[in-house]
Write a protein that binds this ligand. Structure first.
Ligand SMILES: Nc1ncnc2c1ncn2[C@@H]1O[C@H](COP(=O)(O)OP(=O)(O)OP(=O)(O)O)[C@@H](O)[C@H]1O
Ligand SMILES: [Mg+2]
Length: 320
């Protein structure tokens, strides 16, 4: 995690927002080579329509291009070390991870980023109804959608923790990846909790604009703490090994093992028996669909074509 910039934020131009919200196509800008296509290049950054042409039975599909925006994104990626983790104002495209070529949110160029953002329901939610679950009466503020690019870091899921702060007090800490049992979390629970509490007191407490909030941290193998993200204190944020009822009701949650009177509750998976499925599984497609769409498995493609041929109604040959 050395280097200068860790994060770069770029405003999303309206034509890029329109493209991300356009359900009409999954073709990703910059991904498909279209030599037979003749677009007038007037030097503008305007979105170009997606077109089908049928010259000499060759069908090409072109994606819109955003040269100015693409140049800014590439420059940002380069200055962040060549690979980034993308997100918008609030959400990352975690639900679309399965669709990426590398099955990861690691992006090296704008096409990688567009593929994830266009496929993500979480991102669409940020763009279309970010205040859906807000309960106060104040009018929704104007939102300027932004692309947040973070320097890519290889994070070990067992080092991530979610911290719940109510009235500026750290009341609960939970293992972020609650689907797995991690030996080191069990063995070093007191150390981990104490470094999170120190980090909160020294770096976070009273510095955030709200007094109720959730923050995510990463504890690296040297024990150093890194702030990953802030989240709203409420239902839109996954409460992981707590329930929102216990976090908001004011009832005392059993404290962690620290002697410190302000010790928050610490919840982590304590045995391999309690392992749960990954929360983003429901957003995935069957692997066969993916292999077919990527053309990676020729045998599956042949089987699929045979299956469709067998299912064609007999009469179709007699038609015409
Ligand atoms: N810079 C990074 N490099 C690599 N992986 C990252 C990076 N930042 C975050 N991640 C991974 O992505 C996950 C989600 O990141 P983040 O919390 O910022 O997204 P989010 O959309 O706000 O998620 P949530 O909805 O759970 O709050 C993190 O738990 C972490 O595993
Ligand atoms: Mg978050």
């Amino acid at each position: 995690m050395n280097g200068l910039a860790l994060c770069i934020i770029l405003p999303l131009p309206q034509n890029v927002i329109d493209y991300l919200l356009d359900d009409g196509t999954l073709v990703v800008s910059g991904r498909i080579e279209t030599p037979s296509c003749s677009h007038a290049d007037d030097g503008s950054d305007e979105e170009q329509d997606i077109q089908w042409s049928d010259d000499e039975n060759v069908t090409t599909l072109t994606a819109p291009e955003f040269p100015d925006f693409a140049a800014k994104v590439q420059e940002a990626i380069n200055s962040l070390g060549g690979s980034v983790f993308p997100k918008l104002n609030w959400s990352s495209p975690r639900d679309a991870q399965w669709i990426a070529m590398n099955s990861s949110l690691k992006c090296n160029n704008l096409s990688d980023i567009f593929l994830l953002l266009k496929s993500s329901d979480f991102v669409t939610h940020d763009l279309t109804q970010p205040f859906l679950h807000c309960t106060d009466d104040s009018p929704n503020p104007k939102v300027y959608p932004q692309l947040v690019l973070r320097k890519w870091c290889e994070l070990i899921p067992g080092g991530e923790f979610r911290c719940f702060v109510k009235e500026n007090k750290l009341i609960g800490v939970a293992q972020r990846d609650h689907t797995q049992y991690y030996d080191h979390v069990c063995n070093q629970a007191a150390n981990i909790l104490s470094s999170i509490l120190d980090f909160f007191r020294n770096q976070i407490q009273y510095k955030f604009l709200d007094e109720d909030f959730v923050f995510d941290v990463y504890r690296d193998s040297q024990g150093k703490m890194w702030l990953i993200d802030f989240n709203p204190f409420g239902e839109v944020t996954n409460s992981l090994l707590f329930s929102w009822e216990e976090l908001t009701s004011g009832q005392t949650i059993s404290k962690g093992d620290l002697k410190d009177p302000d010790s928050p509750a610490f919840r982590y998976i304590t045995s391999e028996m309690t392992v749960q499925p990954s929360p983003c599984l429901s957003y995935r497609l069957p692997k066969d669909f993916l292999d077919l769409s990527r053309g990676e498995d020729a045998h599956k493609l042949i089987d699929f074509l045979k299956l469709t041929r067998n299912q064609e109604p007999e009469s179709s040959e007699d038609e015409g």
